[in-house]
Ligand binder design. Structure first.
Ligand SMILES: [Ca+2]
Ligand SMILES: [Ca+2]
Ligand SMILES: [Ca+2]
Length: 229
């Protein structure tokens, strides 16, 4: 038998627990009638378009033009070294296209004719682009030919590339073989980052008597690099 005072305390505890249970049930009933909601005003949210902007060397743009002149048989030299830089905020895939290469005759001399230059008249009948060779390559880290670098290989249909891992030596090709060729995607350039250095090398081997056919000739190259998202 519980003493009356303990029995009273036990009853209070049971009632207390019951009240708590009722309270919880009431809260549950309230929850079933309504659910939590919250809202935030979508004010001052905005989307802005990123940018792709390619700068090469000092050009301030993606097109390169240069002219080879005053070179001679036996010339082996560096022609150009330009950094390729993505000034935009977005990453871009780099590709390149070379327009038609123009070989200027700049007037055909008698010596050229005697040496075998059979094409005069038009100012696009020069021979320099067929006899001089260039190597065009990308030096990713601007630290000479090593891992990750590649050079352009003008196949019959497009401008391919050959990677450092494939060969120890950078390939040279007749300037004219680059004419009207485009590449696939070359490599990715991250936003506001350098894409490496574009380098041109010249090798103008001696061709004997034919050397005189290029006296006074010049060669113009237009090259456009493109970044796509
Ligand atoms: Ca000619
Ligand atoms: Ca390198
Ligand atoms: Ca000529």
């Amino acid at each position: 038998m519980l003493r009356p005072d303990r029995s009273s305390k036990l009853m209070k505890k049971i009632i207390g627990l019951s009240l708590i249970g009722i309270t919880v049930l009431c809260l549950a009933a309230d929850f079933s009638a309504a659910s939590f909601t919250d809202s935030e005003a979508a004010a001052q949210n905005f989307l802005s378009a990123g940018t792709l902007k390619l700068d090469i060397g000092e050009s301030g743009g993606s097109e390169i033009f240069f002219e080879l002149a005053d070179i001679k048989p036996g010339s082996i030299c560096d022609i150009a070294d330009w950094e390729i830089y993505n000034e935009g905020s977005l990453d871009g895939d780099l590709s390149v296209s070379v327009s038609k290469i123009i070989n200027r005759e700049n007037g055909r001399t008698e010596l050229e004719t005697v040496s075998g230059d059979t094409t005069g008249g038009s100012d696009s009948n020069g021979e320099l682009g067929s006899l001089a060779f260039i190597a065009v390559w990308i030096d990713i880290q601007n630290n000479n030919w090593d891992s990750g670098d590649y050079y352009f290989y003008p196949s019959s249909s497009k401008l391919g590339i050959i990677d450092w891992s494939d060969t120890e030596d950078i390939g040279y090709y007749a300037i004219d073989s680059f004419s009207n060729k485009s590449s696939d995607v070359l490599h990715k350039i991250y936003g506001e980052s350098s894409g490496g250095h574009l380098k041109f090398l010249l090798d103008f081997p001696s061709n004997g008597t034919a050397d005189n056919t290029v006296q006074g000739d010049s060669c113009n190259l237009f090259i456009e690099f493109v970044l796509t998202q």
